[in-house]
Design a protein. Structure first.
Length: 382
């Protein structure tokens, strides 16, 4: 058994780390203040291939698979809006096309998405379909060589900037999750497509979620993603992949908080000595490091399994569950170690605490992850 990360992936990881330190870190405060990632940085990320990391080169991707993708998200993890932008675009948006699309659709859409010339979003969530993802109200009805889509989506990451949105809609209510949902590749220029309100969130400033509105939106029949009626399965498969990437980002963000906490504990003097000399502080650092280590190994293992072409619904749910809980605990301990400073807006600890909280909610709440794991356990009997 060899735990060494292959050299080509290490190289990509180093590039991401250098880029993060040189270009992203200096502007994270500005992004927080202005609630926007500078467009020139998005362009740079695109030119460096950050939007097409896991996909094969024949579709314009970098071809480093899910493991390489996770390593990069780990490096970007301390700048949560970037991980979010890339996660929604690559991990579930473009990924839906890669997993569910026909060869022709992949050749048509993935090159521009991998090059970052176009941005993708994943349009599943609706007011009445959150955890209960099959309870969609958005409908698609065939009319000649088009489908007419009516309804709306909410909290769609990248929704306000996306050029291509994978919209999941009901095509046969009676069939529900088993054949009654179809995915569509929607371009923002399609008649009847509208971006609604942009949400005000607790954190993740710079990365936006938006409402999408479809009023008699016309979608060519050729834009049915893959097979008619296979939309729910495609969404679930994409979420399996997305949840592993999410864990990669959670690990990276937590690692940064650990490093900041160690540094602070060694420099902050109370009672005549650095607080790092106190066992109470040491034990928090130990808990942080141990949980990060476990989450990292789980993430790499799930990503590796995915790269082997194995189904990893159970592992994806486990790693999403564990890594998001871990990240929130680590953020809480980081605030505690930093004390009053950790609660102040001008320091990044408070921001990380807010940014991290969503990890337990999106891409399936942790309660849904437990439901998925339980079903897998009961099915397999082990
Ligand atoms: N991979 C492939 N196919 C899958 C699958 C997966 N991971 N999960 C489900 N399916 C398919 C199966 O074919 C299943 O049919 P069978 O059990 O007969 O084989 C079918 O989909 C229906 O699945 P299921 O019965 O599990 O559907 P439910 O309505 O019970 O919902 C949950 C399942 C709760 C797991 C799903 O709705 C879910 O993941 N919810 C959270 C959604 C989410 O993450 N939202 C965030 C949006 S992005 S921020």
């Amino acid at each position: 058994m060899d735990f060494t990360i292959p050299e080509d992936l290490e190289m990509v990881r180093r590039t991401a780390r250098d880029y993060f330190n040189d270009r992203i870190l200096p502007v994270v405060d500005k992004i927080e203040e202005e609630d926007e990632i500078p467009p020139e940085l998005i362009k740079e990320l695109a030119e460096m291939g950050f939007f097409g990391l896991p996909f094969p080169e024949k579709y314009g991707g970098v071809g480093i698979g899910e493991l390489g993708y996770c390593l990069v998200l780990e490096e970007l993890g301390a700048a949560a809006p970037f991980g979010n932008l890339i996660g929604a675009h690559t991990g579930i948006g473009a990924m839906s096309i890669y997993l569910g699309g026909t060869e022709e659709q992949k050749m048509k859409y993935l090159p521009d998405l991998c090059a970052g010339k176009k941005i993708a979003a994943f349009g599943l969530t609706e007011p009445s379909a959150g955890s209960d993802a099959a309870n969609l109200q958005t409908t698609a009805v065939r009319k000649g060589d088009k489908f007419i889509i009516n309804g709306s989506k909410q909290w769609i990451t990248n929704g306000n900037i996306a050029d291509v949105i994978i919209v999941y809609a009901v095509t046969d209510k009676a069939l529900g999750a088993r054949g009654g949902v179809t995915a569509f590749i929607v371009e923002k220029t399609f008649p009847g497509f509208k971006v609604g309100k942009i949400d005000q969130k607790m954190g993740l400033r710079g990365s936006h979620t938006a409402e999408l509105i479809f009023e008699d939106m016309e979608v060519p029949a050729e834009n049915v993603l893959g097979e008619f009626g296979a939309g729910f399965v495609t969404a679930m498969k994409a979420l399996d992949v997305g949840r592993i990437g999410l864990a990669g980002g959670a690990v990276g963000g937590a690692q940064k908080l650990l490093e900041m906490s160690i540094q602070w504990a060694q420099q902050r003097v109370q009672f005549g000595q650095p607080i790092a000399n106190n066992q109470a502080i040491q034990w928090m650092l130990v808990d942080m490091a141990t949980k990060i280590h476990a989450a990292r190994l789980m993430t790499y293992n799930a990503a590796w399994k995915m790269d082997q072409g194995q189904k990893c619904t159970r592992e994806a749910a486990m790693v999403k569950l564990y890594a998001s809980e871990m990240a929130c605990e680590v953020a809480d301990m980081a605030v505690q170690i930093h004390g009053g400073i950790g609660y102040m807006k001008e320091y990044r600890i408070e921001r990380a605490y807010r940014d991290t909280r969503i990890l337990k909610i999106y891409e399936g709440t942790n309660e849904i992850q437990k439901l998925v794991i339980a079903r897998e356990l009961l099915k397999a009997g082990k």
